[in-house]
Design a protein around this ligand. Structure first.
Ligand code: HEM
Length: 386
């Protein structure tokens, strides 16, 4: 077992800028056991990608390493292979049934509307006023549900982000219960509402027809909600921050030829999903290190995305980077189902920011969410005023 380096994803320095630490780990400790995280930590691109690809050996489903999981804990992320493939097909089918161009127009109109409300203000919180509302609009549109208060969305997503951090942070059982209840109420309300349409209705009906148990369907809906709201919330904040830090790059994004590759590159460079996890189904070896059956592994995707062995000049944001096989949307059997929507959100946001009456600028100190697996601002005070 390699000796444990100093790795604290929740330290203020790591929340601010984890990338120097990732680079050091990658070079000197590509795999190590971390007591605090309670998992093997893997940082190199090849290792992360191989693990993501092999969903037989590296599983999300604790049942497959003989731990018991209740039905309400089952979702597309924890059930693997056959059952997961069926659910994925359902979701992919309902995504393909949507008109992305039309959704893009609706999203742009809603960003313009959000901007109208804040454009003359001397200061506003981008995360609450823009990111949360944008993420709420796209998520509700994609799911086919009525949009609840962004604050409700934000509370649930922040609670879930802390849950994904598992043992990294201290648990607050009461707060966790409140978040679970709020989430359950939201999903039950959507499932019972006659206004529900689109993906949510398709999933509900088809999952029923396929005999998928209701708790599994609910968890899938929950996962879509978190996957969508949480990542769009986080990425639109980091993107706005980058726009203010690098106005030169932002200007270049006016070139339609750079927009697509530029957004992919942003997601490689500073995407919202820092890490994900797997459990080893049978004792195996990675880089000569023995990983025992049942051991958890933390795959630091954000570190892999800056691996010099895969990405030339990894610490630079190159808008025309091609190829760019980053792991910001995962890879393999569990890769992201909503990547098109994530890209669409950033594309429309870029257009709206280009057309805004003034450049965005900081008016105060930004704060980051104290979460290790999701990289996001909690608040980002800004203005469009000179
Ligand atoms: C910029 C935006 C987004 C980013 C960076 C992102 C990132 C990711 C990543 C890294 C994974 C893989 C997790 C793993 O392998 O453990 C993932 C999975 C997933 N994402 Fe996204 N995501 C984004 C947007 C979305 C949206 C908009 C939706 C829903 C509409 C969504 C739904 C999902 C689902 C359902 C999964 C699980 C798939 C499975 O386990 O089979 N994501 N996402």
């Amino acid at each position: 077992m390699s000796s444990a380096p100093d790795f604290d994803p929740l330290s203020p320095a790591m929340l601010e800028d984890p990338y120097p630490v990732y680079a050091d780990l990658q070079e000197r400790h590509p795999i190590f056991w971390d007591e605090k995280v309670g998992a093997w930590v893997v940082t190199r691109y090849d290792d992360c990608r191989e693990i993501l690809m092999d969903s037989e050996l590296f599983v999300r489903d604790p049942r497959r390493v003989s731990e018991v999981s209740s039905e309400s804990g089952e979702s597309i992320q924890v059930i693997d292979v056959k059952a997961q493939a069926e659910l994925r097909r359902l979701v992919i089918g309902s995504i393909h049934a949507q008109d992305l161009e039309q959704i893009g127009r609706r999203v742009r109109a809603s960003i313009d509307h959000i901007f109208e409300g804040v454009v003359s203000r001397p200061s506003f919180d981008w995360m609450m006023e823009v990111s949360a509302r944008l993420a709420g609009t796209i998520t509700a549109d994609f799911l086919g549900v009525t949009e609840p208060d962004p604050q409700v969305f934000k509370t649930i997503v922040e609670g879930m982000a802390r849950k994904f951090d598992a043992d990294l942070a201290e648990h607050d059982p009461e707060a966790e219960l409140r978040v679970r209840e709020a989430f359950g109420t939201l999903i039950d309300g959507w499932l019972g509402s006659p206004e529900t349409h689109g993906t949510m209705l398709t999933l509900k009906n088809q999952a029923e027809a396929l005999g998928v148990p209701l708790p599994v369907t609910k968890n899938l809906i929950g996962l879509l909600f978190i996957g969508s709201f949480g990542t769009i919330f986080a990425s639109s904040g980091s993107f706005a921050f980058l726009v203010m830090q690098r106005p030169d790059l932002f200007e270049q994004l006016r070139d339609p030829a750079l927009l697509g590759t530029g957004i992919e590159e942003f997601l490689r460079f500073d995407g919202p999903t820092q890490a994900t996890s797997r459990i080893v189904r049978r004792t195996t070896e990675i880089r000569g290190v023995t990983i025992k059956q049942g051991d958890p592994i933390l795959l630091v995707l954000a570190a892999a995305n800056r691996d010099p062995a895969q990405f030339p000049r990894p610490q630079e944001l190159l808008l025309d980077r091609t190829p760019n096989k980053h792991l910001g949307f995962g890879w393999g059997p569990h890769s992201c189902l909503g990547s098109l929507f994530g890209q669409l959100a950033l594309r429309e946001l870029t257009g709206a920011l280009h057309d805004a009456p003034g450049p965005l600028r900081l008016t105060g100190t930004p704060f980051r969410l104290p979460t290790g697996t999701v990289r996001s601002f909690a608040s980002l005070p800004v203005t469009f005023q000179p």
